[in-house]
Design a protein around this ligand. Structure first.
Ligand SMILES: [Zn+2]
Length: 160
């Protein structure tokens, strides 16, 4: 688990995405670090649940996690699970490595998340030929299990 705090959230189980068949980035990549604001998000991810924050006062959703609502400045919020489906809002194809032994090219995409209150998140597209990626392509989350306590959400083309 990133960070050193546990048990900050209790979320209902819902959609559970599949695990990726192989690691996306090489072992030398540094793992992400959690802080008290982001830890519940990482804990949900470890269970293969994609969650976002929802303001308890104005209901605006936000991602990445932040302590204050950008819409109304409230510090009250809860966590809500989103389906793990989305579409390509925009993307870029990377041809230069950022780590040794990295598979090239790879795709960085802004994913428009369904039923999230209009949120988008940046992730990688996997299990797709970069030349086949298109704006609007339907996606589904797939989880890269980096360790027992750390999973990273990536996205692949939605399967029928
Ligand atoms: Zn708010």
């Amino acid at each position: 688990m990133p960070g050193d705090q546990r048990g900050l959230c209790s979320l209902e189980r819902g959609f559970v995405g599949e695990s990726m068949s192989e690691r996306y980035f090489p072992d030398g990549m540094p793992p992400p670090l959690a802080d008290p604001t982001t830890l519940p998000w990482w804990e949900a991810a470890a269970d293969h649940r994609l969650v976002v924050q929802r303001c308890a006062d104005c209901q605006a959703t936000r991602l990445p996690p932040a302590p204050v609502c950008a819409a109304c400045r409230s510090t009250e919020f809860d966590w809500t699970e989103v389906p793990g489906a989305g579409s390509v809002y925009t993307f870029t194809i990377v041809h230069r490595p950022i780590a040794a032994d990295q598979q090239l090219p790879f795709v960085i995409a802004v994913v428009a998340l369904e039923n999230s209150g209009g949120l988008r998140m940046i992730s990688n597209l996997v299990e797709v030929d970069p030349d086949d990626v298109e704006i609007g392509m339907a996606l589904e989350v797939v989880w890269e299990d980096m360790s027992e306590d750390l999973a990273i959400p990536r996205f692949r083309p939605q399967r029928a």
